[in-house]
Design a protein around this ligand. Structure first.
Ligand code: FAD
Ligand code: NAP
Length: 582
């Protein structure tokens, strides 16, 4: 791996430099955007708050961190050579391997020369006269850019609940999303984990192996499906690589942006015995595809009850203490909160030194010098792990002062919930793009595919602007409003809108309750983006053009033209079909 650019901690600030584009963030989104901008011959700078590339995989180094979309699909698809040359070692690659992949991308495509690390963008202000963005960082940089591209991540702003007397705890407090690079040795320690979402579920079994005692503080019980992770054999990899483009194409046609066998039959049309067999088989395959056991599980509560009941019986079959098993059984809609994928999570509660504390009715009262107090009981701990998640989708936007036309800030505009046309741009903020922004499939799809589709679309948009000599691009408010209405309407059709998840901002008190990602399905969304483009970026104003804004040349977006098979892409399409795509 090449070193990062010269010693950034000592570097002088960049003052007055004019870039074609500034990209904020060097996760997968920022890296691919930079690659495409360079391909267009544009000058670009990435500012990245972290000390290296990889984003999520740079920050989330907690024990057990790994992807839960199969690695051979949770990877870039834009380069066939890369697909052929990179070998994933496991079905679900561990964090160090995904981070190594991100570093490989940076080196292979020679991206580091345009990235500055350890630098947080603090402000971006649109200069209406010069028609450019003035970008400021916490390192004193003051640069301009025609385009400002937010690649700041949907799950990158960590959530630190304001636990009373937090600072009084004598031991270390860790957050899974800000894990120390040198690792943590919990051997012989009494450890407390707050939270039971995906990060907790991955880390708890491993922390339990090290700690002398483990206490888990659970506010909401979580559904989790076994990963059945395994090493990938050379034969398996060879078989996929023999026709990788076909797998990628099949993935693009799926609502989730990744491929797995999906049974379209409604659950309630099957007999109880058939359902049991089907769920058993899906459980044996494991992982997120478990939700593909039937076509209506996220749309029909009675159907959902059957899978929820099956999952609860699995928990009761694994966890020996009936009271603990009861506590671990969720009572909400299956798959409403993000489904978790685990290795030995429920089994961990059979270990004699692992304890579960219910904080659903009596919340964590306070941190003490010795530990955590709940309902008058003090649990003594040597270290605390907060697996408390993120201010999802909008949290990293809130940390940057983004001011558009007439000084309106994005925070002001998004006060009652985020507003962006197709999730790619927001009216009043010309030439500001938001990769996997709210209102796009983003976190409901395999995110690398969602990132690639957005970046390709944005790069084609920028290239078209150059073709016609346009200075700025910006959504028309009416189109943006209609899109947001559509996003909201479609979300209501899905049971996913019914619980207090981070999808609706409800994991953090005080946030507006709005279903933020687009649930109509990846291919439905992609088709809409393609139509917008082929209709001359319909719903966007391109200012200052010296040629007619028609028949844009489709460059990169071509590979996202997939046939829309409404039957295969259900259940997301069911929602979009009932609520027509605007
Ligand atoms: P990120 O990777 O979040 O990168 C954003 C970068 O922007 C960060 O490095 C951040 O430091 C930087 N940044 C933010 N604000 C600023 C600022 N103001 N100035 C400078 N830099 C800034 N998705 C899947 O599809 N499948 C999975 O299996 C999966 N597993 C996950 C596991 C974990 C533990 C987590 C937390 C998320 C997971 N995700 C998964 C979602 C994951 O976030 C995406 O897959 C993907 O990595 C996001 O890439 P990104 O570049 O958009 O954002
Ligand atoms: P999360 O799913 O939001 O879980 C946070 C946990 O902390 C929840 O159990 C939450 O309870 C709890 N919590 C928050 N505030 C609390 C408080 N004040 N008191 C007690 N408990 C509190 O966050 P995450 O686990 O980091 O995962 C976030 C997302 O990242 C995932 O949904 C997934 O998309 C992605 N991810 C994926 C993987 C993977 O397997 N590849 C791994 C990690 C993360 P409530 O449920 O009651 O709010």
């Amino acid at each position: 791996m090449a070193p990062n650019t010269a010693d950034e901690r000592e570097r002088p600030p960049e003052i007055g430099v004019a870039f074609d584009a500034v990209v904020v963030g060097a996760g997968f989104a920022g890296l691919y955007m930079l690659y495409r901008l360079r391909g267009l011959g544009l000058t670009a700078r990435i500012y990245e708050a972290g000390g290296g590339v990889g984003g999520t995989w740079y920050w989330n180094r907690y024990p057990g961190a790994r992807c839960d979309v199969e690695s051979m699909q949770y990877s870039f698809s834009f380069s066939e050579e890369l697909d052929q040359q990179w070998d994933w070692s496991e079905k679900y690659a561990p964090q160090p391997e995904i981070l190594a992949y991100a570093n490989h991308i940076a080196d292979r495509f020679d991206l580091r020369q345009n990235i500055v690390f350890n630098t947080r963008v603090t402000a971006a202000t649109f200069d209406e006269t010069a028609k450019c963005w003035r970008v400021e960082t916490d390192r004193g940089d003051r640069v301009t850019a025609r385009f400002c591209i937010m690649a700041i991540g949907c799950l990158s702003a960590t959530n630190h609940p304001p636990f009373r007397d937090r600072e009084s705890f004598r031991g270390p407090i860790y957050h899974t999303g800000e894990w120390p690079h040198e690792g943590v040795n919990f051997a012989g320690l009494r450890v407390g984990v707050v939270g039971t979402g995906s990060s907790a579920i991955q880390s708890i079994p491993i922390i339990a192996q090290q700690a002398s005692a483990l206490t888990v503080f659970q506010r909401t019980a979580t559904y989790s499906v076994p990963a059945w992770n395994e090493k990938l054999s050379p034969e398996y990899r060879r078989a996929i690589k023999a026709d990788y483009p076909a797998l990628r194409a099949k993935a693009r046609a799926r609502p989730t942006g990744f491929y797995f066998p999906f049974n379209m039959q409604p659950a309630l049309e099957a007999t109880p015995e058939e359902r049991e067999r089907q769920y058993e088989e899906a459980w044996k395959r494991g992982g997120l595809p478990f939700l593909g056991a039937y076509g209506d599980l996220l749309f029909d509560k009675a159907a959902n009850d059957t899978i929820a009941d099956f999952a609860r019986r699995k928990i009761r079959g694994i966890v020996r203490n009936p009271a603990t098993a009861d506590l671990l059984c969720p009572d909400n809609v299956f798959g409403c909160k993000r489904l978790c994928v685990d290795t030995g999570y429920f089994e961990t509660y059979n270990l004699p030194h692992v304890k579960l504390v219910d904080v659903s009715k009596t919340p964590i009262e306070r941190f003490t010098a010795q530990g955590i107090e709940v309902n008058g009981t003090e649990y003594e701990l040597d270290a605390i792990v907060c697996a408390t998640g993120f201010a999802a989708m909008t949290g990293s936007f809130e940390k940057i002062r983004i001011a558009g036309r007439n000084g309106l800030t994005l925070a002001e505009k998004w006060q009652a919930g985020p507003r962006a046309y197709l999730g790619v741009a927001s009216a009043g903020f010309p030439n500001l793009f938001t990769i996997t922004g709210p209102g796009s499939p983003s976190v409901l799809a395999s995110m690398i595919q969602a990132i690639e589709q957005h970046v390709d679309w944005m790069a084609d948009c920028i290239a078209h602007m150059r073709d016609i000599g346009a200075a700025t691009v910006e959504p028309v408010e009416k189109y943006e409003d209609e899109w947001i209405e559509h996003v909201n309407e479609v979300s209501k059709v899905s049971l996913r809108s019914t619980c207090s998840s981070w999808y609706v901002g409800a994991n953090i008190p005080g946030r507006p309750r709005v279903f933020m990602p687009y649930i109509g399905g990846f291919p439905v969304y992609v088709q809409k983006c393609n139509e917008v483009m082929s209709n001359g970026f319909e719903g966007f104003v391109m200012d200052g053009a010296n040629a007619k804004n028609e028949h844009p040349r489709v460059r990169l977006t071509e590979r996202w033209r997939v046939p829309l098979d409404i039957e295969v892409i259900s259940p997301a399409a069911v929602a979009a079909r009932r609520v027509p795509v605007v």
